[in-house]
Design a protein around this ligand. Structure first.
Ligand code: I3S
Length: 153
């Protein structure tokens, strides 16, 4: 039986490879470990696949879930001081308490959320990087625009 994906997953705005390092999880600092990630941005969320696009697509069919960030409650900014690499920006995800308030705002404009989605979001931080200037600029603006279109707290 086919599984019908939610509408937001169909509206892919941008996808491509970037260097990614997760530097905090649930507010706890992590050792930085850069790796290539296949990144998929849709209107509401960003997904990080460890694999190539092809591998990611075949894993998706088997129900394998990527790491995903709800952009409602996310902030991005350039982060020169966080790495010796060029073209690095950071993405911070609000803590659960703030996100629950944001979730209510999101719901009030007709977007539905479940409690289980809310609990996946908390104090996570990622660095994203590309050596190629226009690639990182495109990503920065695409993610920023997606965040800016979502309701504010
Ligand atoms: O900010 P840091 O801790 O200097 O980041 C570097 C380290 O994560 C390093 O790994 P080790 O913890 O095994 O030394 C990475 O290999 C480097 O890439 C990190 O620095 P950059 O400047 O590349 O983000």
């Amino acid at each position: 039986k086919d599984v019908i994906p939610p509408l937001e997953q169909l509206m892919v705005e941008k996808e491509g490879y970037l260097q990614k390092a997760k530097i905090a999880d649930g507010g706890k600092k992590l050792r930085k470990n850069w790796s290539t990630s296949w990144i998929v941005l849709s209107s509401r969320r960003i997904e990080f696949y460890k694999e190539s696009k092809q591998q990611a697509l075949s894993n998706m069919k088997t129900g394998h879930k990527p790491e995903s960030v709800d952009l409602c409650g996310a902030h991005i900014e350039w982060a020169k001081e966080k790495s010796s690499r060029k073209n690095v920006f950071q993405m911070k995800i609000s803590r659960t308490r703030e996100v629950m308030k944001l979730a209510q705002d999101c719901t009030s404009i007709g977007r539905t959320r479940t409690k289980s989605q809310i609990t996946t979001v908390s104090g996570n931080e990622f660095l994203l990087q590309s050596d190629i200037d226009f690639i990182i600029l495109d990503w920065f603006h695409a993610i920023k625009n997606a965040i800016d279109r979502l309701p504010k707290d």
